[in-house]
Design a protein around this ligand. Structure first.
Ligand code: SAJ
Length: 433
């Protein structure tokens, strides 16, 4: 089994199934197909299945032309029929791992995907989990499910974990020049997973699936904690009357021992605000309380309220109240040049301002419509950035590149800049965080 599968992988004649065709699964499937594998994207969302099979892309980092070419060449197709898993040699699971309302891990998508794999598992298959999850998931949750088939791990089927490292909208680092971490249930599982990812990038092996799961959580906890630190430093600088952006820029001149992070309106995306809680939850089950993760989460989640206090003070200085003030939010996506609003701090800011009866509009070239106020109110982006002087205040929440900030500066009465977009501009209409 093992030798036959390894040969098929090395000769790129193996069939690869990728479960989940989102911002992780679609780029991965396209890359495998580009390498010459025959790839099937498994998706429960029929819209995504149809988009792919019609040669189109719904992920900013995936060029529709690539999808079209690969679908046309029969290297890539999508399906919602999970019976086709039985035809795969390699199956990679790239499904979401959100948090429940209780901030506990929600691994229901992993369970559903692995349940489908279990139903159709056959001898000679390699299963790889990529979804970010707590250490022990592959070994304690996935492996027992697959063993229920009666097939033997390491002989009949193989199992590994390899965390995704996709950074949406990153023009420098992509799936081909970002090394992949691999940990496996056994040596053969590792060797097979190394062969799969070795087809397009460098691979770094670790000693177990738990280690691989932990690497990813360290990476994202590192970011959450350092962003929280710099957010707190911005509050300190505000008290001291110091420009935090100047301080960070200066500190970043140190060629060693420092890595710049930047304050902002809060943290969004479905990774950094959430993944560290998978780690703290797991440790809580072992009676270990992670102070850093909880404190970082507390600090980061306070930033939207801090931005609103800056807005309120800025309006007060013009003898205006928040109530009935016309406020334009510039950018609602969770970070620049993406269309994703999951966990976006902009939604929190809109909710808080709406509760204080401010009149909210927004402009985001990537996000035509959002729901705010606990999904009660639906807002649509204004079409173009004109007549800005009809707003009492503009808040730059997301610093998309394709916005004319010169025009924003010229036309606005007051600007609360949460991203230092206007860093070199001296004007008393600018309020920085
Ligand atoms: N943010 C700050 N200050 C910073 C950096 C980020 O406020 O200095 C904010 C951003 O505006 C955003 C949030 O934090 O709202 C998260 O930004 P991010 O770029 O760290 O997170 P993601 O979810 O877009 O992507 C990250 C990847 N980012 C980088 O490596 C730069 C990477 O950690 C993971 O591959 C990915 O999460 C994931 O899937 O885990």
């Amino acid at each position: 089994m093992y030798e036959y599968l390894l040969k098929k992988i090395n000769t790129k004649t193996s069939k690869i199934g990728v479960i989940g065709q989102g911002y992780v699964g679609l780029p991965l499937a396209v890359e495998f197909a580009t390498q010459g594998f025959i790839v099937t994207g498994f998706e429960i969302d029929k819209f995504k299945v149809d988009m792919i099979n019609n040669g189109r892309s719904y992920i900013g980092d995936v060029d529709a032309k690539d999808v079209e070419k690969l679908v046309y060449s029969k290297n890539f197709n999508a399906t919602a029929d999970f019976k086709n898993l039985a035809k795969m040699d390699v199956i990679v699971v790239c499904v979401p791992t959100p948090l429940r309302k209780s901030r506990d891990p929600d691994v229901s998508c992993i369970i559903e995907a692995v349940g489908n794999i279990e139903k159709f598992l056959k001898k000679g298959q390699l299963i790889i989990l990529e979804s970010t999850t707590y250490p022990g998931t592959t070994n304690d949750l996935v492996l027992p499910m697959l063993k229920r088939t009666g097939l033997k791990i390491g002989e009949d089927f193989f199992l590994a974990f390899s965390p995704e490292r996709v950074d949406p909208a990153n023009k420098t680092f992509n799936i081909k020049n970002t090394p992949k971490i691999v940990g496996g249930i056994c040596k053969k599982s590792v060797a097979l997973a190394v062969a799969v990812y070795g087809s397009f990038t460098n691979v770094h092996k670790v000693s177990s699936t738990q280690a691989a799961e932990m690497v990813k959580l360290l990476e994202n906890t590192f970011r959450a904690v350092n962003i929280a630190l710099v957010n707190e430093v911005s509050l300190m600088c505000d008290k001291l009357g110091i420009n935090v952006w100047e301080i960070i820029e200066a500190a970043a001149t140190k060629p060693f021992g420092f890595m710049p992070f930047y304050p902002g309106p809060g943290i969004g995306g479905h990774c950094i605000p959430l993944d560290p809680h998978y780690l703290s939850w797991k440790l809580k089950t072992l009676n270990f309380y992670s102070k850093f993760i909880e404190l970082a989460s507390e600090l980061n989640s306070k930033m939207p309220q801090y931005v609103v206090s800056k807005v309120s003070n800025a309006l007060n200085s013009k003898a205006k109240a928040l109530k009935n003030s016309q406020i334009l939010i510039l950018g609602v996506a969770y970070k620049k040049d993406v269309a994703d609003i999951r966990e976006s701090p902009a939604v929190d800011i809109i909710n808080i301002l709406t509760e204080k009866n401010a009149k909210i509009s927004y402009y985001d070239p990537y996000v035509p419509v959002i729901q705010s106020c606990n999904c009660v109110q639906t807002l649509s982006s204004i079409k173009i950035l004109t007549g800005l002087n009809k707003y009492d205040l503009v808040i730059i929440v997301t610093d998309h590149t394709n916005v004319d900030y010169k025009m924003v500066l010229k036309g606005s009465k007051i600007i609360v800049d949460t991203r230092n977009v206007l860093k070199n501009v001296k004007s008393n209409k600018i309020v920085r965080i």
